[in-house]
Design a protein around this ligand. Structure first.
Ligand SMILES: [Zn+2]
Ligand SMILES: [Zn+2]
Length: 418
């Protein structure tokens, strides 16, 4: 009975204090939003995170997987080690949202000049975890167990030729000393309205693989295509050919599967048939057998279509992230905290998504659970609102406090062996 009362008091204390620092939470997020950094380049962001955690008096490790930061909060009572993870990286996108803290940042990405934007809400994830760390630290003596805060770089993938993200953090020992009993993550997702929370049981985010194709023809004059071998027309045929793999060749009733070609590059001048064209894209699925089978089909489709016009194809399919798994028992254990934070009517069991997250690598070592917080202004049409990765992605900042309250509440429950 005493323990229950203590937990109740702790929950309401933490909840109230998070509400009190909402302005800071929003301020941190806006600062990160205005100063976004690409994967493995989050030096400013991780510097702010590290000094925040140091100021709180946590044990802090920096420079993990390049720019990752880990904070350790050791509670005054015995109990489990609970891991919480936030990602810190932004995307090579020119922001089109008209807000005072809009990003004007430009940088170089894979040799190209690009804008940088927090178009996936990771600015919010980082700010939320800073807020949760701050308030839980104020209750250090009462906490039964340890909270390990993972601030992770490069969730969207490291730049070409570099390693990074969750996989590298884990390889560098992030899950040791101490090893968490479980790790929890959250994501802000648009166009789900800000007051909705979704929890997941089982496989919930797809595997992700990177497709890279170079088509080499023979350069010539645009007016005499018969003297050239045109990789542009071949690229157009390949894009359409690849679309038939999912639509015509795969049993789509088995698992959600998506193949998107998102890069189509080639040519310099209107009157030159170029020597090469490049295509790139992503494959998302949930089944290992389907995944390997589709890799073979991609290679065969590209090589045969290109070969039909004498174009030589170089096809690479690189495995990126495995399927993200949200443990069913843990999901049930965090559900009450989500319901307390958002209201029972706003919490539901989510369905499989075709997005991916390298949070999946944590799940290969320890049990994991993951929840989604809607971040679109209420009334947004889910069929037409700007999704994550859009230059118009917009985060309704009310989701920050909601996410922080849900995450802190779920952490307290986990520490108390809910
Ligand atoms: Zn993303
Ligand atoms: Zn993301």
């Amino acid at each position: 009975m005493a323990a229950t009362q203590t937990l109740e008091a702790l929950r309401s204390g933490v909840d109230r204090q998070l509400c009190e620092i909402e302005a800071n939470l929003i301020g941190w997020r806006r600062d990160f939003h205005q100063h976004p950094e690409l994967g493995n380049r989050e030096t400013r962001t991780s510097g702010i995170v590290a000094s925040h955690l140091q100021r709180l008096g946590l044990k802090v490790q920096t420079g993990i997987a390049h720019t990752g930061v880990i904070g350790l909060l050791e509670g005054g009572q015995p109990g489990p080690v609970i891991g919480l993870r936030a990602d810190m990286d932004a995307l090579p996108i020119v922001e089109q949202v008209d807000v005072p803290y809009r990003s004007e940042v430009r940088t170089t990405y894979n040799g190209e000049s690009v804008g940088v934007m927090h178009a996936c809400g990771h600015d919010g994830h980082t700010a939320v975890l800073m807020a949760v760390a701050e308030i839980l630290t104020q209750h250090r003596d009462e906490l039964p167990g340890t909270v390990k805060f993972f601030f992770q770089p490069a969730e969207e993938g490291a730049p070409d030729g570099e390693e990074g993200g969750a996989q590298l953090m884990i390889r560098e020992g992030a899950l040791e000393n101490p090893k968490p009993a479980m790790v929890m993550g959250l994501h802000f997702v648009s166009p789900i309205p800000y007051d909705k929370l979704l929890y997941y049981k089982g496989p919930m985010l797809a595997s992700a693989d990177i497709i890279e194709i170079t088509l080499t023809g023979k350069q010539g004059h645009g007016a005499r295509p018969w003297m050239a071998i045109d990789p542009i027309v071949s690229a157009a045929q390949v894009v359409l050919g690849l679309q038939t793999i999912v639509s015509r060749q795969i049993d789509v009733t088995r698992e959600p599967t998506v193949l998107s070609i998102t890069i189509n590059r080639g040519g310099l001048r209107h009157n030159i048939v170029p020597e090469t064209a490049e295509l790139g894209g992503t494959l998302r699925t949930y089944d290992e057998g389907m995944r390997r089978d589709i890799h073979e089909r991609i290679k065969r489709t590209v090589e045969m279509i290109a070969g039909s016009s004498g174009v030589v194809a170089d096809v690479k399919v690189k495995t990126q992230y495995p399927v993200t798994f949200s443990d069913g028992d843990l999901a049930e254990k965090i559900r009450p905290a989500l319901e307390r934070a958002g209201g029972i009517e706003n919490v539901s069991l989510g369905k499989k998504l075709t997005a991916a997250d390298d949070f999946s690598f944590f799940g290969h070592h320890v049990p994991t659970t993951y929840f989604v917080v809607g971040c679109a202004p209420p009334g947004t049409d889910p069929t037409s609102g700007a999704p994550n990765h859009s230059p118009r992605f917009y985060l309704d900042e009310r989701c920050l406090l909601l996410g922080a309250r849900a995450l802190a509440g779920a952490t307290l429950d986990m520490l108390h062996g809910a």
